[in-house]
Design a binder for this molecule. Structure first.
Ligand SMILES: Cc1cc2nc3c(=O)[nH]c(=O)nc-3n(C[C@H](O)[C@H](O)[C@H](O)COP(=O)(O)OP(=O)(O)OC[C@H]3O[C@@H](n4cnc5c(N)ncnc54)[C@H](O)[C@@H]3O)c2cc1C
Length: 382
């Protein structure tokens, strides 16, 4: 969680009208606002909570994905590959904490090999380079504790301190005349006389206006869209909540890279990620839920042990402890094909000056800078 108290409060936001208002100060809203401000548009971010990045963005795996998993030509595939390169460039330039550790995706049984080969083919089609197919011996040379039948080595997968990233994005925004109004939920919006008028604030709600409105409210994107007058109800997709629980490892992990099984319905499989301090955690699993609740049920460890032992048989008993959970704002439910990110403009919903985002699950963090670029280009063309 972040502790940003320097952003202006509502009473300090002196603009009555700005070029752009972005709803939501998660990594996506901040990346959009930064890009809009850097394109010369005066931009305000409205954030309901008292801190930036306290929603979905504070509960991820913090992995910079290479871009293998997504349907070729989808927004997820294109924005992930572009975003990954932009992100590595940005993190390097700013000296922000990250590591390009690489990862192995493993087939633990011979029967899984065709799926592994398909995944590599998909990655190559998405423009992910340097994806090497390894046999068990080659994989074990890289990771001696690993048990597998075959693996893909993805050297361009990495990890990032997402909170440092979000602080840096908000710093860029503020140094380009942008501002963040914390504790300022958007409650209603309507188009009047060619501009968007919004109500925000809690105790003493008041109105502000803008030319371009961007809804990047994460898990609340559907709820916020429903408060925008004239937004076509049929273009508000159902929100499917898929909780991802994490367990941390109570000792050092004998791995130098991230280890992923093959993807499962709704997720990437219970994988090993390392944080920048070297601590290991496993997750996220996929638990379909109907309300937002971040408590991790310790009993789910029983499901984690066999999943992890499929690729790390030496995982000791009692080595896992509940860590945290995140909730994916999915647009597809159990057994359904994965849905793409949605970035709708006037051509889709019919409302001028509005950019609406839905379904920013993984790889949203990796894609954030590319999403920002795309949204700012779209805003300039409105
Ligand atoms: C378990 C899990 C693991 C993940 N792992 C990865 C990963 O390893 N790599 C990767 O690339 N991606 C990952 N992701 C995806 C990534 O975390 C998300 O795509 C990204 O954080 C979404 O950011 P956001 O800004 O859209 O949403 P959020 O961070 O939720 O931001 C939305 C903001 O809007 C605010 N808000 C809501 N309603 C209002 C309102 N009415 N007015 C004003 N503000 C409002 C909220 O308070 C919130 O701060 C993961 C996601 C999950 C759930």
């Amino acid at each position: 969680m972040l502790n940003v108290s320097s952003g202006p409060g509502l009473e300090q936001v002196v603009l009555e009208h700005s070029d752009c208002i972005v709803v939501g100060a998660g990594v996506i809203g901040l990346a959009c606002a930064r890009a809009l401000a850097m394109a010369g548009l005066q931009t305000i971010v409205l954030e309901a909570e008292s801190r930036i990045g306290s929603g979905v963005s504070s509960r991820s795996s913090e992995v910079i994905h290479a871009g293998l998993y997504y349907a070729p030509d989808s927004l997820k595939a294109r924005l992930c590959v572009q975003g990954r390169d932009l992100l590595y460039g940005y993190l390097g330039e700013r000296g922000l904490p990250h590591r390009r550790l690489g990862k192995l995706i493993v087939a633990t049984e011979p029967a899984q090999e065709p799926a592994l080969t398909d995944l590599r083919r998909r990655g190559l089609a998405n423009g992910v380079e340097r994806l090497e197919l390894l046999d068990a011996e080659q994989a074990r040379r890289l990771e001696p504790a690993l048990r597998c039948h075959a693996a893909i080595h993805s050297p361009d997968t990495g990890i990032v301190d997402s909170h440092a990233l979000m602080l840096s994005l908000s710093g860029d925004l503020q140094s380009h005349d942008g501002s963040i109004a914390l504790g300022s939920p958007m409650q209603w919006a309507a188009r009047h006389n060619g501009v968007w008028e919004l109500t925000t604030g809690t105790d003493q709600p008041y109105r502000i206006s803008c030319d371009v409105l961007v809804n990047a409210a994460g898990l609340s994107a559907q709820r916020v869209a429903a408060t925008i007058e004239g937004y076509p109800k049929e273009r508000i997709p159902s929100l499917r909540l898929a909780r991802g629980n994490y367990f941390s490892l109570t000792r050092a992990a004998p791995f130098a890279r991230l280890i992923y099984p093959l993807p499962v319905d709704g997720g990437m499989g219970v994988h090993l990620t390392l944080d920048l301090g070297g601590a290991a955690r496993f997750g996220p699993d996929v638990e379909w839920v109907d309300r937002i609740d971040f408590d991790v049920d310790a009993r789910r460890a029983q499901l984690f042990y066999p999943s992890i032992r499929a690729y790390w048989p030496q995982l000791p008993d009692g080595a896992l402890q509940p860590a945290y959970a995140g909730i994916r704002p999915k647009l597809s439910g159990p057994g359904e094909p994965p849905h793409d990110f949605v970035i709708d403009g006037p051509g889709q919903h019919g409302l001028p000056g509005l950019i609406q985002l839905f379904g920013f699950e993984s790889p949203g963090l990796t894609s954030s800078l590319a999403v920002g670029q795309r949204v700012s280009q779209q805003a300039l063309s409105l």
